[in-house]
Design a protein around this ligand. Sequence first.
Ligand SMILES: NC(=O)c1ccc[n+]([C@@H]2O[C@H](COP(=O)([O-])OP(=O)(O)OC[C@H]3O[C@@H](n4cnc5c(N)ncnc54)[C@H](O)[C@@H]3O)[C@@H](O)[C@H]2O)c1
Length: 349
Amino acid sequence: MWKPTLPRATDNNNGRAAKGFALFGAGFIGAVHAECIASHSGSRLVCVYDPDADAARRLAGNYGARVAGSVEDALATEGVDVALVASATFSHVEVLRAVIAAGKDFLCEKPLSAGTDGAREVVALTAAAGVFGAMGFNRRHDAQHLALRGMVSSLGSPEIVRMTSRSSPAGLPSRVEDSGGLLREKGAHFFDLSCWLLGERPREIYVAADCLVDAAFGAGGDVDTAAIVLRFGSGALCLMDFSRRSAYGYDERVEVFGAGGVAESGCPVPLATRRSLGGAAEVGGIHGHWLDRLRPSYGAQLGCFLGALDGDGAGEFATVRDGLVAELIAAAGLRSVAEGRSIEIDYTF
Ligand SMILES: NC(=O)c1ccc[n+]([C@@H]2O[C@H](COP(=O)([O-])OP(=O)(O)OC[C@H]3O[C@@H](n4cnc5c(N)ncnc54)[C@H](O)[C@@H]3O)[C@@H](O)[C@H]2O)c1
């Protein structure tokens, strides 16, 4: 089975020259990627571009990287081999047009686009240019989900899959416009994860959704709570529940149930402590912040991306086609919410 490679200080990168990265987006996740790039011996951060020049300067300064004045300037910077697109969702297509025109391989954060037209355009441009267009579906590189995937074939035909994702810290209604909405922001990850675990795509989706956390999400045209049913081509049913808030820490669990048994990727506990006082016992809780739960997966993802650039496991890495599939599922899910019925998913590429 394909294994993730974790960044290590002693990693000698098999004697290959380190790949020079242009990073687009110096926000929250851009900083996580910058740290991963700088700490892997197979990569180096050459430059950073963000229209917020102060944010770009702060991040680039931490790693001795150049601050680029524009997307094109970043791509033309000497030593740039590949692009990592971690900018706001609404900018992905625009940035990727320039990246692909420059003939650079790239890794793009999810969702690929906040719309099917943009996602289709990126897939077509990537194929025409012959560049490697990878998607940042980092859950594929999470050690627990990888282990679960390795167990699926031992369960017989999968019949029911359950996925839970409840956010901590809580999502902010002010971010709705930037995020593309709950079914893209969170949905893209779990739609991809379900396809990757089962090795097939859903053919039908039903979504019941509402604003149970904060009405302000509704004012921004979004929902904050969703119950989703996906029916796969094999007949397997997948149930997802999403919330933009969890009062007890970041809750992410995945379970696959088949004719022969069940396997689960549960919530890891950062501190396996137990205190017993009187008649009550108290155990350590789950991760308070989603990034603490998932941080290792970003380094593993980068290691695998670097390998894929050299042809090692390239067929396994999520690509922009997977990004488009997730977007097509999300689009059908949004129609389901609007029309109050289940929707056949149209996979016209
Ligand atoms: N894989 C994951 O788990 C994960 C987690 C968080 C965010 N994301 C994704 O990463 C992207 C960024 O999210 P974030 O939380 O870092 O947001 P953020 O708001 O913290 O940062 C986004 C940055 O992009 C910049 N930007 C806007 N237009 C740009 C352009 N044309 N070129 C370069 N930069 C531009 C903004 O100025 C901002 O600094 C989103 O698409 C989001 O869905 C993925």
